[in-house]
Design a protein around this ligand. Structure first.
Ligand code: FES
Length: 247
């Protein structure tokens, strides 16, 4: 991934979206470049911050025959790239009631028996824009290691690009979220602060401040927003492509 600030603002490059050529500023992400070209993201446009998985993109660049992947909101355009955004990849999802489960590794295989069809080709890992070792967590799923799958897949944003590349037709990201839910429900200690906060919400502790907020004008809300507490900015030299989703 190229760091946006490395490219001059005025340089224009050609890109091909659904086979049609557009000239766009070289410094833009794919998502912004498409908006520059006239496309509007009206519905399901996503978080724009690299966390929702709604902008999974497949592309090829002129210097390589290889199909590459990225998030449209994080990946900067490259000259001559051909691309297509896959906002969703058809994937069956098992229906379950987490309260009626046991949190065992066998439940992964009960709900997704096709995990045993994995041929270990690693195409899923190669297709992950979050650099998750997908093939490794599928092996952990086959072994019934719920905690392992939950931890290895922790950064998954459910974009579905792993499933799009899988010759065994697995739905890796759905297996992974089941493991994270089982792990959270049955294995990790309950978060005490969360329990307290839920209690406070139920007791109506925030009703009045919320009503107060709803009564404020747009100008007052803007002022409150810009004076809110935020985390300190990261130093430019510490920047890595993985950080793109936090800035
Ligand atoms: S728009 Fe949410 S990850 Fe890109």
């Amino acid at each position: 991934m190229t760091k946006p600030s490395e490219k001059p603002m005025d340089e224009m490059v050609p890109i091909f979206f659904m086979g049609k050529r557009y000239e766009v500023p070289a410094s833009l992400t794919i998502q912004k470049a498409l908006e520059y070209a006239g496309y509007q993201h009206i519905r399901g446009c996503g978080c724009r911050g690299g966390v929702c998985g709604a902008c999974g993109t497949v592309y090829r660049t002129p210097d390589s025959y290889k199909l590459q992947v990225g998030l449209a909101c994080q990946t900067v355009v490259q000259p001559g790239m051909h691309l297509m955004i896959l906002p969703y990849y058809p994937s069956n999802r098992a229906v379950f009631n987490i309260e009626e489960m046991r949190g065992t590794g066998g439940e992964l295989a009960e709900l997704y028996p096709e995990i045993f069809k994995c041929i270990g080709c690693n195409a899923c890992t190669m297709g992950c824009p979050m650099d998750i070792d997908v093939m490794h967590y599928m092996a952990q799923a086959i072994r019934g290691d719920v905690k392992g799958v939950a931890e290895t897949s922790f950064d998954c944003i459910m974009c579905g690009l792993c499933a799009s590349r899988c010759p065994a037709e697995e739905v890796q990201f759905n297996v992974a979220i089941l493991a994270r839910r089982l792990n959270a429900r049955y294995r990790v200690p309950r978060a005490e602060h969360l329990r307290k906060r839920v209690e406070q919400v139920r007791e109506g502790l925030f009703e009045e401040p919320l009503r107060d907020l709803m009564g404020k004008s747009t100008e007052e809300l803007k002022k409150m927003y810009s004076s809110r507490e935020t985390e300190p900015q990261m130093a430019e030299d510490d920047w890595t492509p993985q950080d793109a989703r936090y800035v």
